[in-house]
Design a protein around this ligand. Structure first.
Ligand SMILES: Nc1ncnc2c1ncn2[C@@H]1O[C@H](COP(=O)(O)OP(=O)(O)OP(=O)(O)O)[C@@H](O)[C@H]1O
Length: 263
């Protein structure tokens, strides 16, 4: 993959093995500041494992994950946690917000969690940051007093994104952010993500099994197949002239409207 000299995230030769299974088999990925990259692949291709490796929830067996030129793999767990997790510079929005949001905990507490760990802000300041994060994803402050069971699926997904935004990250990985949403919520959330890049300058990595839903949203796509990158490039090029058979299959299943969106 071409290496922008100013890459925010630079993954090289990433390998992850679970037992006897090679789940990632030498993945390369670059993300520039403010860029939106789609990671596309069918179920089991290793997309979630890739995202979890970046935030330190999975230990790679080989390779490098460089964030602003610091290799997170080489740092080791403790130093990595101190350097990155507490700063909130890299955030992962988990798949399935119904499970990742604690059902008995108010939205206000969930959204401010990342700030509480850092401990520098007063309760009032944390509340203001939570309201700001909710506003960025198009939600009003009245939601802060509710629990996840009392809001809609679309709102839950937005709350999960707001929770990630509250630490003002420079890199946000989103694991299947729209797969559980209906078509109108899906389009609305994807548009919101595009606006976030513009407003915050954050780089986004959007993981999806659905290449069509990435049309008009991402700058580049990386196609993952059985733990390896089989194709990458600007979304217009991949849609117009897919190089790999697997990408062609994904496109054959895409609705015409999605293809028109990048034409
Ligand atoms: N902690 C784990 N222990 C053992 N195997 C795992 C673990 N996590 C993932 N796997 C296996 O690794 C492979 C890739 O899983 P992963 O969740 O990364 O795929 P995915 O592309 O995100 O799939 P999906 O779209 O269904 O979420 C699967 O075969 C899965 O069963």
């Amino acid at each position: 993959m071409p290496s922008p000299s100013s890459a925010l995230l630079e993954i090289r030769g990433l390998r992850v093995r679970f037992g006897a299974q090679d789940v990632l088999r030498g993945v390369d990925l670059d993300v520039a500041p403010g860029e939106i990259v789609g990671v596309i692949g069918e179920t089991g291709s290793g997309k979630t494992t890739l995202a979890r490796s970046v935030v330190g929830l999975v230990k790679p067996s080989a390779g490098a994950i460089r964030y602003e030129a610091t290799d997170l793999v080489a740092l080791g767990d403790g130093r990595r946690r101190r350097a990155f997790r507490r700063s909130g510079a890299i955030q992962l929005v988990f798949q399935d917000p119904l499970r990742s949001l604690d059902p008995g905990v108010r939205i206000s507490q969930t959204v401010t969690e990342g700030l509480a760990v850092r401990g520098r802000l007063s309760a009032r300041e944390r509340r203001m940051e939570a309201e700001r994060a909710l506003a960025l994803v198009g939600l009003g402050p009245e939601l802060l007093e509710r629990i996840p069971g009392d809001i809609s699926g679309g709102q839950r997904q937005r709350v999960a994104v707001a929770r990630a935004l509250v630490t003002r990250p420079r890199l946000i990985l989103l694991d299947e952010p729209v797969s559980a949403l209906d078509a109108s919520n899906r389009g609305a959330l994807l548009r919101t993500l595009g606006e976030l890049r513009d407003e915050l300058g954050a780089a986004l990595v959007i993981i999806s099994h659905d290449l069509a839903s990435m049309a008009g949203v991402v700058d580049r796509v990386v196609v993952l197949y059985e733990g390896a990158v089989v194709e990458h490039g600007p979304i217009e090029r991949v849609f117009a002239a897919p190089e790999h058979e697997y990408t062609r299959l994904l496109l054959a299943a895409a609705p015409a409207a999605a293809l028109a969106a990048v034409a």
